[in-house]
Design a protein around this ligand. Structure first.
Ligand SMILES: Nc1ncnc2c1ncn2[C@@H]1O[C@H](COP(=O)(O)OP(=O)(O)OP(=O)(O)O)[C@@H](O)[C@H]1O
Ligand SMILES: [Mg+2]
Length: 306
């Protein structure tokens, strides 16, 4: 398929675009225009012969909570890594406030990354640093704050995630859930405009997940940040998300406001959001590869326009 962006390598010096989220020359989407802080356009990413993401296009609305769902192995974490510029797309691209990530110099990439707070799926803590130092790391990396200010910010965020009594421990000495919370605190210390969470709730008990959801809502309300969450947790999504995207077999099935997604008759969306055994999604997604979607066993036919 033709690449409307000319491929990432063909546009190294793309200028900053006048209209955030609506890049020049990018295809016009059929949906009404949104103020997109992250605009993903015709994104394709493969590893060898395995195409993990195929022609993905959607806009992440500014100042809202967006969740991306999908069975294991459908490329959710890869999508996040492409968004922050850790992985380069093969085709298409990601625009942050109108700037094409794959066209940026190292200096500009660093500037754009300053906008992000990221919680990776595995927490990605530095094993040799205690939790305090892990949480302080972005402040040391990106700011010139003095030790007193750093301590204040680290303590505020550690308090928020309930880690005040554990700051001197190394990641290897705490539970998976505590690592996750330290990663969360670290993602928030720079007051980021865009917060990306890869499965923030995995490894947490249900009560902590509910607290975490409240925290996410509070952070969004207080800071106006754009929050992008990758998750499997449907009850969490119901509590927090404004918009939902669903990935399946390397494609975006749909991106829409949450209510529309929950009303969807698309068999994949319906099955996933209802945790239904009957439907096209099987136990072993990897084994299915990129096979065509099977007909659902017990759900309605897709409605028009889906
Ligand atoms: N660096 C890499 N090299 C090769 N293959 C990779 C790489 N990173 C991811 N993949 C493959 O891409 C596919 C999607 O991986 P990804 O981690 O994005 O899945 P996911 O949707 O996040 O799954 P989960 O819900 O289990 O976290 C997998 O088949 C994975 O093996
Ligand atoms: Mg993942």
């Amino acid at each position: 398929m033709a690449d409307p962006l000319g491929g990432p390598s063909a546009v190294p010096d793309l200028p900053t675009l006048a209209v955030p989220g609506r890049p020049q020359g990018a295809p016009v989407l059929p949906s009404p225009p949104v103020d997109a802080v992250i605009s993903i356009q015709n994104l394709t990413k493969s590893f060898g012969s395995h195409t993990v993401l195929r022609d993905i296009t959607f806009d992440v609305p500014r100042g809202a909570i967006t969740a991306v769902l999908g069975p294991s192995g459908t490329g959710k974490s890869v999508l996040l890594k492409v968004i922050i510029g850790l992985l380069k797309p093969d085709n298409g691209g990601v625009y942050i406030d109108g700037e094409l990530m794959s066209g940026l110099s190292q200096k500009d990439l660093f500037r754009i990354r300053r906008k992000f707070g990221v919680l990776f799926q595995d927490g990605a803590l530095f094993g040799s640093m205690n939790l305090y130092e892990n949480i302080a790391f972005p402040l040391r990396e990106h700011t010139r704050k003095n030790e007193g200010d750093i301590r204040k910010i680290v303590h505020q965020n550690a308090e928020l995630v309930g880690l005040m009594d554990h700051l001197r421990k190394l990641p290897g000495e705490v539970s998976g859930g505590m690592k996750k919370r330290a990663g969360l605190a670290r993602a928030l210390v720079l007051d980021p405009e865009i917060v990306l969470f890869d499965e923030p709730d995995s490894g947490l008990d249900p009560v902590r997940v509910a607290f975490l959801d409240e925290l996410v809502l509070d952070v969004q309300r207080e800071t106006g940040a754009t929050i992008f969450i990758i998750t499997h947790n449907i009850s969490s999504v119901m509590r927090t998300a404004d918009h939902l995207g669903m990935l399946y077999q390397s494609r975006l099935v749909r991106f829409a406001p949450k209510d529309e997604m929950f009303e969807s008759h698309d068999p994949v969306i319906h099955q996933f959001l209802n945790a239904d055994l009957a439907g096209p999604i099987g136990m072993d997604e990897m084994a299915e590869g990129n096979a065509p979607r099977r007909e659902p066993a017990a759900v309605g036919a897709p409605s028009a326009g889906e």
